[in-house]
Design a protein around this ligand. Structure first.
Ligand SMILES: Nc1ncnc2c1ncn2[C@@H]1O[C@H](COP(=O)(O)OP(=O)(O)OP(=O)(O)O)[C@@H](O)[C@H]1O
Length: 358
């Protein structure tokens, strides 16, 4: 399986220098508070996404040595020469290098080095607004369906233009010029999302049934508009409302995923520990689907493994991770017995921005 074979960094947060050889399967990273565990995962995330997952701009990631940082890794693929990936920042901006390609687009990088993170702030995926669930869904569709990205981009462009025309109170004729493109893309996005969810359901179902000991669960897509009629008809029918609101009220950009467990919306009912298991199951199910479709698995970063979980849930989570076919990086304060369920692994310890193998 594709994996990162050597990771090096410079001046990345508290790491003046970073250089270690992770395990092709599972790398555990332990350390005290503020030792640098999350920063280490963040550096790997930057390699795959060219940005942080903590919502910080690139300048925030620069350490004490000045206004620059870089992260590099050797990406090893089965039966192929390794590729060097490098993401760097200085005051002129962020630059990315992927093998021979010196200016890959973010979409290219994301598709070449799929990376996912499970971290404490992810409870938003279940608790907060629909945009988090849409991003989750679309991440999976993007990696499984090659045609999705150009359609999604077309959709974003048409939506932006139509909304601009609505905001500027343009004439109905001008607004209508965007409808066909927007509607065509939105209908396709809906189809891709429906197909993805149908393929995801059985994989997720197996995980959820095992974790929660129930078959009473559901995941449902709300398309974002009333699908009784084609989207384009809705756009035309609701033109006056959209003009009044200054935006396109309905559409694929309003889609929502509804999750229920034991007949209740998960948002209102489940504990923090259960949320963590469910979010992990969602991400692992998508990873498995990606593996079945493309033969590739994402690199999975797991921050603060034990947080919110007592022993039994820790074992359940480790059991889930044991099914992951891709590379895993897992941080925790200390080694816990559940790690024994992932024996094909290496253990590292971080302290004040230094990493050493244990
Ligand atoms: N740009 C930066 N330059 C130098 N140090 C930084 C920078 N950004 C953050 N730090 C420091 O790095 C330290 C490590 O933070 P990090 O979040 O990686 O720790 P952690 O091991 O995940 O801790 P916890 O388990 O408490 O979440 C913090 O003390 C933080 O102040």
């Amino acid at each position: 399986m594709m994996h990162l074979a050597r990771i090096k960094g410079e001046n990345f947060r508290l790491f003046e220098k970073l250089d270690f050889n992770p395990h092709p399967r599972v790398t555990f990273i332990t350390g005290e508070n503020a030792a640098g565990k999350t920063s280490l995962l963040e550096s790997i995330y930057c390699l795959g996404r060219a940005k942080s997952f903590r919502g910080n701009g690139p300048a925030e990631l620069a350490g004490a040595l000045g206004k620059h940082w870089q992260v590099m890794a050797k990406l090893q693929k089965p039966d192929a020469p390794s590729t060097t990936v490098r993401v760097a920042w200085n005051t002129e901006g962020t630059s990315v290098r992927f093998g021979e390609s010196t200016k890959p687009s973010t979409a290219e990088l994301v598709s070449q080095l799929p990376t996912q993170i499970i971290e404490p702030a992810m409870h938003r995926l279940l608790q907060d607004g629909p945009s988090y669930r849409r991003s989750f869904l679309d991440w999976g569709v993007f990696h499984v369906e090659q045609q999705f990205f150009p359609v999604w981009r077309r959709h974003q462009r048409a939506l932006k233009q139509r909304n601009k025309a609505l905001r500027l109170k343009s004439s109905p004729k001008e607004i209508l010029t965007w409808d066909e493109e927007l509607a065509g893309a939105a209908e396709l996005i809906l189809q891709y999302r429906i197909e993805h969810l149908a393929a995801l359901k059985p994989i997720l179902g197996e995980m959820v049934t095992k974790l929660f000991n129930t078959e009473d669960w559901s995941i449902e897509l709300q398309p974002g508009w009333s699908t009784d009629t084609p989207y384009i008809e809705g756009l035309r029918k609701n033109l006056e409302r959209d003009r009044k609101m200054g935006m396109t009220v309905e559409g694929a950009h309003r889609a929502e995923l509804k999750l229920k467990l034991n007949s209740h919306q998960v948002k209102n009912r489940i504990s923090r520990g259960q949320q963590k298991l469910l979010i992990s199951a969602l991400i692992l199910a998508q990873s498995e689907l990606m593996y079945r479709h493309t033969g590739r698995s994402p690199i999975l970063l797991v921050d603060d493994f034990s947080a919110e979980l007592a022993t039994e849930f820790q074992r359940a989570l480790a059991g889930l991770f044991a099914q992951h076919t891709g590379q895993l990086f897992i941080t925790a304060f200390e080694r816990v017995p559940a790690f024994d369920l992932l024996p094909d692994s290496s253990m590292f310890h971080v302290e004040h921005g230094l990493i050493r193998e244990c």
